[in-house]
Design a protein around this ligand. Structure first.
Ligand code: FES
Length: 159
């Protein structure tokens, strides 16, 4: 999925976000969050606008945006499936489940299916370790997953 806005539109809308939040202490993260809410991602043009407005280098702003995996370069698909890859889930077969999902969807981590249906993200602990392996679909937690349950989750993304 791509962003259907001109660079100028992105810059103008980003500028408005910056003006709203620039007075906060440590405004960069709140601005990045708000920009992502506005566009579904943090476009390159927005990084440029933010850097200029906050008097930071583009490298600094880019560094922060790329450090936090929640900030996307492209908008996510209609559904976001996050599969836990941390230790407790790994020890309960999470890797095999994740491999099955990647192969069923034909995409890798951080990718979106060509029809824009689902984006697949790794996550490192969902706080559901006692119910490992775990995943999150569109913000909803699912634990004690097995092949059938995760297949059902993937199916939900097609509804
Ligand atoms: S390790 Fe997967 S939920 Fe904690």
């Amino acid at each position: 999925m791509s962003l259907q806005l001109s660079s100028r539109q992105v810059a103008e809308r980003t500028q408005a976000v910056v003006e709203d939040l620039a007075q906060l202490e440590g405004p960069l993260l709140p601005i990045l969050h708000e920009v992502q809410k506005e566009f579904g991602c943090v476009p390159e043009e927005a990084l440029r606008t933010i850097a200029e407005a906050l008097n930071l280098s583009r490298a600094e702003v880019h560094g922060v945006a790329s450090f936090y995996h929640d900030f996307r370069k492209e908008p996510a698909g209609r559904h976001v499936l996050k599969i836990c890859r941390a230790e407790a889930c790994q020890s309960m077969g999470g890797d095999a489940l994740a491999d099955g999902v990647r192969s069923a969807l034909g995409i890798d981590w951080h990718e979106t299916t060509p029809d824009g249906r689902v984006t697949l993200e790794p996550v490192y602990c969902l706080g559901l370790c006692s119910c490992a392996p775990a995943a999150m679909l569109d913000g909803e937690l699912h634990g004690r997953l097995d092949e059938t349950a995760i297949r059902e989750l993937v199916k939900e993304t097609g509804r």
